[in-house]
Design a protein around this ligand. Structure first.
Ligand code: NAG
Ligand code: NAG
Ligand code: NAG
Ligand code: NAG
Ligand code: NAG
Ligand code: NAG
Ligand code: NAG
Ligand code: NAG
Length: 238
């Protein structure tokens, strides 16, 4: 009886203390690997760069255009710019929870941005420019509060600019040029005091240009060309 109780107690301790940490550690590397393999399966890869290089026989951290952190050995950067890739982004990309840089500029990705990317809370640089993404700019982008740069230029995005982007209080570079965005520019954007470059040119934005806060001290470039905006930027900021 006493023995059974001891075994039961040990079993409970094993279940609640040892097993969870053990299994978490085991899945993390594999999670990154399966997320990247899912991406590989979602794209047509004309130069066969991923086909020959992204293979389970080598460690993920040695894969082409993949970088890992030295402390956690998890994927921290994925830079697939300019590889001629055609395809969509799989939801599992949102499992790369240590990702800080994601660049797929100059490819032919299409479809919507998967909502699972909102899980990438460590993202600092997001570059989706020069692809064929469609749909609206998702409001969940406003939850990626570590973002320093956000490139969504030259896609087929439409709809209005979400107010939630004003949450990106560390944003420095922000480019939405060359889409079909309409509606007014949300005033929340002008509350981001770290902004250095903002390019909203070549859209169909309308309404008046919001009053620009004097706190926008770092701003170097604002481009509103080829829209249907009225008013002008307050001159005391320059
Ligand atoms: C994959 O690409 C990386 C980076 O270019 C290279 O160092 C590595 O040798 C390649 N591995 C294979 C198996 O081709
Ligand atoms: C991504 O890789 C390309 C090719 O190596 C390089 O030109 C580009 O600067 C890189 N982008 C980023 C954001 O590191
Ligand atoms: C990764 O993401 C996908 C889709 O969002 C999900 O189905 C899967 O369970 C996640 N976890 C792992 C460990 O792959
Ligand atoms: C987009 O990519 C194409 C093909 O690589 C290139 O010719 C074009 O200049 C790029 N445009 C921008 C805005 O980066
Ligand atoms: C995209 O392509 C254009 C034109 O080829 C080039 O000027 C630009 O630097 C490229 N952008 C990136 C991030 O590779
Ligand atoms: C982001 O902004 C929206 C609207 O401005 C707000 O409702 C929301 O709570 C904010 N989210 C975060 C994570 O700060
Ligand atoms: C801008 O920031 C100020 C101070 O934090 C806040 O009171 C105001 O509501 C913000 N305005 C917008 C449009 O987000
Ligand atoms: C631009 O705005 C004016 C006034 O709001 C409106 O009458 C006009 O139709 C708009 N033009 C376009 C191309 O949207």
């Amino acid at each position: 009886m006493g023995n059974t109780f001891l075994n039961l107690a040990l079993l409970i301790i094993f279940q609640f203390s040892i097993r969870p940490t053990f299994s978490m550690k085991l899945t993390t590397i594999l999670t990154d690997q399966s997320a990247l393999l899912a991406l590989k399966n979602h794209v047509y890869d004309p130069e066969n760069v991923l086909e020959t290089n992204w293979s389970s026989s080598t460690h993920v951290c040695n894969w082409f255009r993949v970088s890992c952190g030295s402390r956690h050995h998890r994927v921290t950067a994925l830079n697939l710019s300019g590889l001629g890739l055609v395809g969509t982004l799989p939801p599992s990309l949102g499992n790369l929870s240590f990702l800080s840089l994601l660049s797929i500029t100059n490819n032919s990705f299409h479809g919507r941005l998967p909502v699972q990317l909102s899980n990438l809370r460590r993202l600092k640089h997001l570059s989706f420019g020069n692809n064929s993404f469609s749909g609206e700019i998702p409001s969940w982008l406003g939850s990626l509060t570590e973002l320093r740069s956000l490139f969504l230029n030259h896609n087929n995005l439409n709809g209005v600019i979400p107010f939630s982007l004003g949450n990106l209080s560390k944003l420095e570079i922000w480019t939405l040029s060359g889409n079909q965005l309409f509606g007014s520019i949300p005033s929340s954007i002008f509350n981001i005091s770290s902004l250095q470059k903002m390019d909203l040119s070549n859209n169909m934005l309308s309404g008046s240009i919001p009053p620009v806060s004097r706190d926008l001290l770092s701003i170097e470039l604002i481009n509103f060309n080829i829209n249907n905006l009225t008013g002008h930027l307050s001159k005391d900021m320059f």
